[in-house]
Structures are given as C-alpha cells and as structure tokens.
Design a protein around this ligand. Structure first.
Ligand SMILES: CC(C)(COP(=O)(O)OP(=O)(O)OC[C@H]1O[C@@H](n2cnc3c(N)ncnc32)[C@H](O)[C@@H]1OP(=O)(O)O)[C@@H](O)C(=O)NCCC(=O)NCCS
Length: 174
C-alpha cells in the first residue's frame, strides 16, 4: 500500500470523521435512489455499527479515507431477516467505504484481505454480505471476491430489495 496511507483499528473518537467519509462514499448510491443507511446515518449509528464488529480505518495525512467492518456474529437485525445470517461461524461484511478521490487503488481490497484474516483467525468458516439488488456493480464486485447469491431480503424502510451473498473461508484466507 502507498506509504502515505496507514491502517489501524477504529477508535470511538473516529465516529464523526468516519460518518463524513461514509456520507461522501455512499452519496453515489443515494443518487441512484438507494437509501443505504450509510448515505445519511448519524454519528451514533456509525459508532454502534463500527463497535458491532471489528472496524478498520485507513488514514492519509490524519484523514480517514477508507473503512470496513467485519461482524462476528452478524447483527441481530440481520439474523432476524435471513437464516443465512444465523449460519454458525459466519462473519458479515459491513460499511465498506473508500473516499471517491482514492478509488481503484486497492484500498478496499486491502481491507477485505485484513477482514478475511481476522475472521479466519476467529474460527469463522464463511463470510456473508448483503447489498441492494439494483447496485449491480457491487454484486459483480462481491462475485469477483468469491461471493455467491444465497437469499433475497428487504430491510425495513429501504427503497430496494437486497441480495444476500456468502463465501467460504479457506486456508488461503488465513
Ligand atoms: C466499492 C468500493 C468500496 C471499492 O473501493 P476501491 O478501493 O475503489 O476498490 P479496490 O481498488 O480495492 O478494488 C477492488 C476490486 O474491486 C474492483 N472494483 C472496484 N470498484 C468496482 C466497481 N465499482 N465495480 C466493479 N468492480 C469494482 C476492482 O477492479 C478490484 O478488482 P481486482 O481486485 O480484481 O483488481 C468503493 O467504490 C466505494 O466506497 N463505493 C461506495 C460505497 C459502497 O458501494 N460500499 C459498498 C456497499 S455494499
């Protein structure tokens, strides 16, 4: 990774700047009419979602420019919505965001690798993710990361149905 960038675990004091990053990153999804929570979530929601699992941030010059959260087990809300989130030893990928100015440089891939290692070290055997069905580019991205579609859900209050995808963790993820 670029030496100007550094990765570290989320701290509670990151909640406000991470909220700003999430709003900036998810704006394109909001513009597609997809009201993902991260489009306009408040700071307390960011803090709760980050602390609901292991969250990492990437910093550049003291600014948070990317983030990813891995939850093990998945959130209660998700576990109520799909049996796929109740599968034993399954982690869940959440709040993936990269600053629009730093896209396509492997930041998400770096965090994804870190998240896989973290989950594998905690005896997770698979990872799930959910995203809006109309966000075809994200479904393709997750397919390229090895995920396959396993269910469809509808989060209360969302303008879209979501696809649920899962991927086994193997020795190469450790
Ligand atoms: C999705 C997102 C996190 C990708 O971040 P990124 O740092 O640009 O991604 P990377 O540079 O690490 O690329 C990772 C891989 O995904 C591919 N990829 C990246 N963005 C993609 C896109 N929009 N569509 C399809 N593939 C994409 C890259 O080609 C790369 O593939 P490779 O590993 O085979 O080379 C970023 O575009 C973002 O923050 N989007 C808005 C928020 C969002 O959609 N979050 C996910 C909600 S479920």
């Amino acid at each position: 990774m670029d030496p100007a960038l550094s990765v570290r675990p989320f701290r509670a004091s990151d909640a406000a700047p991470l909220t700003d990053l999430l709003h900036a990153a998810y704006a394109e999804l909001g513009a597609m009419g997809l009201n993902y929570t991260a489009v306009d979530q408040d700071v307390e929601t960011t803090r709760a979602r980050a602390l609901g699992g292991q969250c990492w941030v990437i910093e550049r010059a003291g600014q948070i420019v990317a983030s990813l959260t891995m939850s093990l087990p998945p959130s209660d809300g998700l576990r109520e919505l799909t049996a796929e989130a109740r599968v034993g030893d399954r982690a869940w990928l959440n709040q993936v965001a990269v600053s629009p100015a730093l896209r396509g440089r492997g930041l998400a891939a770096d965090l994804w690798h870190r998240g896989r290692r973290w989950a594998a070290a905690r005896q997770a055997t698979s990872i799930g993710v959910d995203t809006a069905i109309p966000a075809v580019h994200l479904v393709r991205l997750y397919e390229s990361w090895g995920f396959e579609t396993v269910d469809t859900i509808h989060w209360p209050g969302k303008t879209y149905d979501s696809v649920v995808m899962a991927r086994p963790l193997g020795p190469s993820d450790a």
